[in-house]
Design a protein around this ligand. Structure first.
Ligand code: SAH
Length: 533
């Protein structure tokens, strides 16, 4: 073991870092070196009284700060990685931040210089003093087996049942944390009044398929004929019917509304959304405040399931992606993931804007190697539900849930004429969930098995799924999406698919293995016949 000497190390500072490690990395200090130095100086009684000459106080403070920065850097240099800073510059930059403190290593350093005195209650406890650690279930069994409990009375049984029915603290904390971290987007209600849209359509100007302006004076006048419309127009979303030369309003609404592929010739009624800018701005302002708070909550070093305790210090990985044909891709380069999402291009015998794979190509993908334990989500179409379930079993998963996505249209209503469906029109899609092993780290029961949200471009799946998964496994867990497109890439996720542009790999080991796999593939290509060159 490395031997440290006390002339190099400021033991008092090590003790301070070990004892206050959580407090210095979380709000309001957030690792700011300038604040930590002041705190440390105050603890040591080194702060000047107000009567001292200002210039002299300034000189003393600068000297104190540079001593502190020097001591911190000495400690960090003794065991690289035990403290990490945002800067190594001398003198200490004003915005320098400590983003990680390895308490265990610091304790070992302290112990090495001053044996038996390491901070943080690391001193040897005698066996008799150590509390006996037992699992709740063992304690219950012990209680049941004891003579007193062999003939348990009603009261004891009722108490036992009550204890067993209680949700463990891990669930409660996990849900609370999920609520506090979830990204907010304010809900703007949709007007349900029958006449409002018609009245508003006569008051607004449409240009370039957008509502350019709504005449405020005319709106006030309209309020006399249709009381409440002025207030409603300022507080709710309205869908304004667009009248084009080909529109025949007697035909009613187009089933596809804003996702209609023949917008320029369709004779059915289409709509444009009207939301006053002030309403959008207010909602954005409210969201910003809430999301600011959830960012601060993220820095709290509290361990809950699905969330590592170093969450505050370990940044989420940036978005990563690789364009590839999954049938030829070497999946071993990717490593292991906590969660996998796949939206296979099933052959659904329909015109699609991309190529598809047949069932055996899909079930032969080596998806069994991506997780030792964890959860997988597989989108399936009506026909592929059974093939999907069989494939999951083949890859070592047990189908544990089926999530439904209920699709809504532009007007916020359930879709009645989906683009797929043989006997009945499809207005929902299925997402199978499979479990491998016994992943105790999943933050269970934070969501329901239903997503209700608008359908968008062909095959595009709802973004709500990402929030759901991040609440389940935590933001720092490695997450893989197979058959993703550009709009699917996001921080914390690795996305692969043949419509993605180029590649972006930040994890060095993955980059290295991927490059090697490409090299291997190139070298295995058959040498072209001389006559064809
Ligand atoms: N979930 C996506 C939609 C996926 S559609 C979303 O939310 O937008 C299926 C995707 O798989 C398409 O982009 C298609 O081009 C891609 N794909 C089809 N065959 C593929 C193959 N052999 N390898 C990789 N991607 C493939």
């Amino acid at each position: 073991m490395t031997q440290y000497t006390s002339n190099v190390l400021n033991l008092e500072l090590i003790r301070f870092l070990v004892e206050q490690d959580t407090a210095i990395l979380t709000p309001p200090v957030m690792g700011k070196v300038a604040d930590i130095e002041l705190w440390y100086a105050k603890e040591r009684g080194e702060l000047e009284s107000r009567t001292v000459d200002v210039e002299e106080a300034f000189t003393r403070a600068s000297a104190r700060r540079s001593r502190f920065w020097g001591d911190l850097r000495e400690i960090a240099a003794c065991s690289p990685g035990c403290i990490s800073f945002t800067s190594q510059d001398v003198p200490c930059p004003r915005d320098a931040v400590i983003n990680y403190v390895d308490v265990q290593t610091l304790r070992i350093m302290y112990e090495s210089v001053s044996p038996g005195h390491a901070p943080g209650g690391h001193q040897q406890q005698s066996k008799a003093e150590q509390p006996k650690m037992t699992l709740l279930v063992d304690r219950l069994l012990e209680a049941l087996n004891s003579t007193a409990a062999q003939t348990p009375n009603q009261q004891t049984l009722a108490r036992l049942e009550q204890v067993l029915a209680e949700k463990p603290a891990s669930y409660v904390l996990g849900r609370e944390r999920a609520q506090k971290l979830t990204h907010h987007s304010s809900f703007i209600p949709i007007c349900g009044h029958r006449n409002h849209s018609q009245v508003l359509s006569s008051l607004c100007t449409i240009s370039n398929n957008k509502i350019a302006a709504l005449d405020g004076n005319k709106l006030q006048n309209a309020d006399q004929g249709c009381p409440g419309i002025a207030k409603c127009a300022q507080s709710k979303i309205h869908y304004i019917p667009i009248s084009k030369p080909q529109t025949d309003s007697s035909l009613g609404d187009c089933s596809y509304l804003d996702t209609c592929h023949k917008m320029n010739s369709c004779r059915y009624v289409h709509y444009l959304q009207y939301v006053p800018e002030s309403l959008v701005n207010n909602a954005a302002h409210r969201n910003q405040e809430k999301n600011q708070q959830s960012k601060l909550n993220q820095a709290i070093c509290l361990y809950t399931r699905g969330f590592r305790c170093a969450g505050a210090t370990a940044p989420q990985l940036p978005a990563q992606w690789i364009q590839c044909d999954v049938r030829k891709f070497d999946f071993t380069v990717l490593g292991k993931f906590s969660v996998v999402v796949a939206d296979p291009a099933w052959n659904i015998r329909m015109n699609l804007p991309y190529g598809t794979c047949n069932d055996s190509e899909l079930s032969n993908l080596p998806l069994d190697i991506l997780q030792n334990e964890g959860i997988i989500f597989l989108w399936v179409t009506g026909r592929a539900i059974e093939v999907g379930k069989e494939s999951l079993q083949k890859w070592g998963y047990e189908v544990c849930n089926e999530i439904s996505w209920i699709k809504t249209n532009q007007l916020g209503r359930t879709i009645v004429t989906g683009r797929t469906g043989h006997w009945l029109n499809h207005s929902k899609e299925h997402l199978l969930a499979g479990i491998k092993g016994s992943p105790q780290w999943l933050n269970k029961q934070s969501d329901v098995d239903l997503i209700v949200s608008a359908s968008r471009e062909t095959s595009r799946k709802p973004d709500e799924l990402y929030g759901m998964i991040e609440r389940l496994v935590g933001p720092h867990a490695r997450k893989l999406e197979i058959f993703g497109r550009d709009h699917n890439t996001r921080p914390g996720w690795f996305t692969i698919g043949n419509q993605i542009n180029g590649e972006n790999i930040c994890e060095i080991d993955v980059k290295f293995k991927y490059r090697n796999s490409l090299r291997r593939r190139k070298s295995q290509r058959p040498i072209p016949h001389p006559t064809t060159v």
